[in-house]
Design a binder for this molecule. Structure first.
Ligand code: PLP
Length: 397
């Protein structure tokens, strides 16, 4: 059965007509049609830059310029000779493939609302994984089916996922994170393609979502976003919160088949991307800004490798768990017997935060992460502080 959005989206969502904004009808002239306050904001020290953003106007609901820059970025990286993932024949990304959200958290939730019927249908996740999948499923009254990652390498268990889909036709969405959180392991793109091909052969009426929040910390050309025009069941989530260093603006990107993107765009709040956010996001995705982002990622990667080596030399820490395809990594805290231990890890985590004001994340209760702290790579100064204070805490535990 070929891919057909009518077999995938919830019936109530299929009949949605997007909200028509005032600006969709007329965009120039004396605009008195949207109940905006043309006297402007009452902020005495509004900067010239803020004035130029016309903050009294509703934002553009379509964000075509920003979407085009994002497509150009992904298409150009996939066209580099060394890219692992190439643009499928004659089908580069276009803005019809995109919907934007308030962080990728918005897309995680809206995909569930579009495609999984509450109380009846299910979603498959591969723990250990990002916690919001569980929360959004719960909020939407959607049952979770768990097929853990292979804990020896944190790659998906493809055969088990396919068997599970065959056994339970009520599964409508699969969420996989690449690189993983908390594992920091990039899912091999061959594994993703293997899953997509197996899904095609199954005639499965669902979507396979790959959350690539950290993908720009992996080698350039690793993103599978360019494959959405080849595999219509594929949806890819990205964000400006991580490699782009813009968690504060809340800009998430969802790449999908145009029929899926159309639905996502029809159901979103019309003005979800603010003037301030799109202004910064457009500036962050110019060629110059992207070159700078790549330089910073290179720098973070080098600093991270050094930090891992410095930490592995400390008494009381065990091995690094997972990978480093991201801007964070997992490392074990050991007990007196030299074994990874959650109780000791919690003590270290709390002492580090309360006595030393250095905050990392305890992740020891996640599958395959016993005794682990998740550490984000900081600046040279922050990394130095972490090593110094962690050494002191470990000596005193
Ligand atoms: C795997 C993963 N996906 C999505 C997000 C959320 O990103 P955003 O800031 O775009 O909502 C995070 C944030 O930590 C994450 O780790």
């Amino acid at each position: 059965m070929p891919f057909d959005i009518k077999n995938i989206a919830r019936p109530n969502i299929l009949t949605l007509e997007p909200y028509t904004c005032a600006r969709d009808l007329f965009s120039t002239g004396t605009l008195l049609d949207a109940n905006e306050n043309t006297h402007g904001p009452s902020i005495p020290d509004l900067t010239e830059a803020e004035k130029s953003l016309e903050l009294f106007r509703y934002p553009d609901p379509h964000q075509a310029e920003l979407k085009q820059q994002i497509c150009d970025f992904r298409n150009s990286e996939a066209s580099l000779p060394d890219s692992a993932v190439k643009i499928p024949n004659g089908k580069p990304l276009t803005i019809a493939n995109l919907s934007l959200g308030v962080g990728s958290d918005e897309s995680i939730d809206s995909l569930i609302r579009c495609f999984v019927a509450p109380g009846r249908e299910k979603m498959l996740i591969c723990p250990p994984n990002y916690g919001m999948y569980n929360i959004c499923a719960k909020v939407n009254d959607v049952e979770l089916v768990k097929v853990p990652l292979d804990l020896t390498n944190f790659q998906p268990q493809t055969d088990l996922i396919i068997e599970t889909l065959k056994a339970d036709p009520s599964i409508k969405l699969i969420y996989l994170t690449s690189p993983g959180n908390p594992t920091a392991v990039k899912i091999e793109h061959e594994k993703i393609i293997e899953l997509l091909q197996a899904i095609e052969a199954l005639d499965w009426n669902g979507l396979f979502v790959v959350d690539e929040a950290y993908i720009d910390f992996s080698p350039i050309g690793s993103s599978v976003s360019v494959l959405v025009n080849q595999y219509p069941n594929l949806v890819v989530l990205q964000t400006l919160s991580k490699a782009f260093g813009l968690a504060g603006i809340r800009l998430g990107i969802c790449f999908a088949d145009p029929s899926v993107a159309l639905i996502q765009n029809s159901m979103k709040y019309p003005y979800n991307i603010s003037n301030l956010t799109s202004d910064v996001a457009i500036r962050a995705t110019t060629k110059e800004a992207l070159a700078e982002m790549r330089q910073k990622v290179f720098d973070i990667n080098a600093k991270g490798k050094k930090l891992i080596q410095d930490l592995l030399a400390l008494d009381g820490l065990g091995k690094q768990v997972g990978g480093f395809d991201s801007n964070f990594f997992l490392i074990e805290v050991l007990n007196k017997q030299g074994e990874p231990d959650n109780e000791t890890a919690i003590k270290v985590h709390m002492r580090l935060a309360e006595d030393k004001a250095v905050v990392v994340r305890f992740r020891g209760t996640e599958l395959g992460c016993k005794g682990c702290l998740r550490i984000t790579v900081g600046t040279d100064e922050e990394n130095k502080t972490l090593v110094k204070e962690l050494k002191a805490v470990l000596a005193d535990i």
